[in-house]
Write a protein that binds this ligand. Structure first.
Ligand code: Y39
Ligand code: FE
Ligand code: FE
Ligand code: FE
Length: 230
């Protein structure tokens, strides 16, 4: 069913909506907080880009504040315990990679996978959001494209040296995205966001990113297929 048809029927004050929102809103808030931490860590790992990366981290902090306001606006208390658990595996993989100085893996996790996840979720959310949250999300998504672009440009400039690590990091982390998406599909549906639409938009963003970095269409197909069955 085209998700736009659902728009007029959404009751943003129903208990069903607010219950689902308490988890989706928490995921977004936690995601923005972790994105802030991740760009600060990347600023340490990439001293030449330090100022730019600190700038990206600051944007993530603003996003977090914006989404906290969206929850308050609907009188929803975000379920932060759920959200921390939701991100825990991806979070752990980023921490381990950062501790080992694996910049390529860190960039794949944050600037490609998480940014594409954010862009697809925000794209699908905007048409079904309440007016307050729509305005916030429209402002945020422009920044997320800049974050994705940072990762693309760095990895493109270092493509040959990064290729093997990117393939390995993709294999380890892409399946987590499908697992995470499946975990929130029912809540997303309540908000008017179709799982199919989320998957499609993610695949388009991620495939475009891998192509921009320098992977062939064949590589992109193979890499995107990882973990799809999970
Ligand atoms: O770079 C960023 O700002 C990313 C951290 C934010 C991720 C948000 C994750 C959104 C997933 C929502 C899932 C709804 C179906
Ligand atoms: Fe963000
Ligand atoms: Fe971001
Ligand atoms: Fe694009």
């Amino acid at each position: 069913m085209p998700q736009l048809e659902a728009t007029p029927e959404i009751d943003f004050q129903s208990e069903l909506y607010k219950d689902a929102y308490s988890r989706i809103n928490a995921i977004v808030i936690e995601g923005e907080q972790e994105a802030n931490d991740n760009y600060q860590k990347l600023a340490d790992l990439l001293p030449n880009d330090k100022d730019q990366l600190i700038g990206l981290a600051r944007m993530e902090n603003r996003h977090k504040k914006g989404f906290e306001a969206c929850g308050r606006n609907l009188s929803v208390t975000p379920d932060m315990d759920f959200a921390r658990e939701f991100f825990s595996e991806l979070h752990k993989n980023f921490q381990v990679a950062a501790a080992e100085g694996k910049i390529v893996t860190c960039l794949l996790i944050q600037s490609l996978i998480i940014e594409c996840f954010a862009i697809s979720a925000y794209n699908i959310y905007i048409p079904v959001a309440d007016d307050f949250a729509r305005k916030i999300t429209e402002g945020v998504i422009k920044d997320e494209y800049m974050h994705l672009n940072y990762g693309e440009e760095w990895l493109k400039a270092n493509f040959e040296a990064s290729k093997a690590e990117l393939e390995e990091a993709n294999k380890a982390n892409l399946p987590l995205v499908w697992k995470m998406l499946n975990q929130v599909a029912d809540d997303a549906q309540v908000l008017g966001m179709e799982r199919e639409a989320l998957v499609e938009d993610f695949m388009i963003q991620y495939g475009e990113a891998l192509t921009n970095i320098g992977f062939t269409t064949r590589d992109v197909m193979r890499m995107s297929a990882h973990g799809l069955a999970a």
